[in-house]
Design a protein around this ligand. Sequence first.
Ligand code: PLP
Length: 457
Amino acid sequence: MEHIDDRQIKADDRQYVLHSWTRQKDVHPKIIRKANGIFFWDEAGRKFYDMCSQLVYLNVGHHHPKLMEEFKHIGEIPLASPGFATASKAELAKKIIEVAPENMAKVFFANGGADSNDHAVKIARMFTGRYKIFSRYRSYHGATFGAGNLSGESRRFTVEPGLPGFIKFETPYLYRETVHFDSEEAAADFYLERLNNQILYEGPDTIAAIFMETIPGSNGVLIPPKGYMEGVRELCTKYGILMICDEVMAGFGRTGKMFAVEHFDIKPDIMTFAKGVTCGYSPLGGVIVSREIADYFDDHVLMTGLTYSGHTVSTQIGCATLDIYKEEHLVEHAAEMGEVLADRLEQLKRFASVGDVRCIGLFAAVELVKDKATKEPLIAYGMDYGKDKAGLMSKFVGLLMAHGFYTYSHESSVMIAPPLIITADELNEAMDLFEQALTDFEKLYLFPRQNLMAPQN
Ligand SMILES: Cc1ncc(COP(=O)(O)O)c(C=O)c1O
């Protein structure tokens, strides 16, 4: 492509491109001019710590040399429609099954997270002969019509009125729960009892699957209380319902385990993945199914498909990406760096506006409040996406950018999910920037005339 100067790129972008989830007049995108590891530089030469791995996919960091090398060989890769066997498709499926829970047997490849979830719903319906799908409030499963119906937050409103048979239940969200629990186990029991009731009210024999982000990511890294995931598994087994875990964001090392399900004593029936399988170097997603489900389709037609299922370029990049996780011990490294991050997050609690911090591996959220005692959120529910452009969360994310800390927010939570290659020094440098931005934010917007540090409690 010929060189186009920055002003022209921005003008053409403004004139011809529609940007997602935003009012177009609010879009003033930067251009990434250079990128390496956990850093990128914009058109003005300003350096940023990429503290959300773009959209939580660049686990191996920007411009990884092994993947750059792989791209040099793209010309040698044959293009082949899904009916052909190819080396990269077979190899990647095998590599994924090797690192997935032991009951998993086969992979169906799709293009990204949302369509993988759509295919998982169809597979669950075909296998069970049932039609209802349970999924949770405060979840995000993608923007297609099917995944949009699964999603339990304001981004689903554009697919409403929704599909019949898509039922929502509550995600445990202990920081904002009004009931007091003596232990995490007690909280899990509370939510499980309500889920059990809802299953009974809906008719267990009509429910094909319970669909969950193993750890809801965009909605604020909501880590399930102890015993909850195991309890959902038990309910699924009891009623013959499939347990489907969406590992699109939490999978591939993000939480310090290869898949987030490994934090719990569970084996889901189906798992979906995308992002980290290629780290975004080429689009790819997929559905992993258990041995039982895989065997079922030996004798029954798998009535789903797509032109690029198992696309040779993406699966080749996927093979190289999975090798990197192993060669660089990225999953173990993420667990180790997660401890450094958790420690820095604990320290943030001294700030008056930090209501809660949640962290598992390099998957973290900082939830901001106007008032620690009342927990009043910085932004009211559903006010993201253009409605709050001049609001406090936008101001804070703007200040983070001004300090060179790149990330995004959802509701009142700020995502912190850097590439898994980050070092302890880099993590500490970035968190220093976060604290500087937070100090400025409180001084400028929240408590301009007050002592800024809240008493420790
Ligand atoms: C948990 C989860 N599932 C599904 C998706 C949708 O993936 P995609 O944007 O690739 O369709 C996302 C996107 O962020 C996600 O976080």
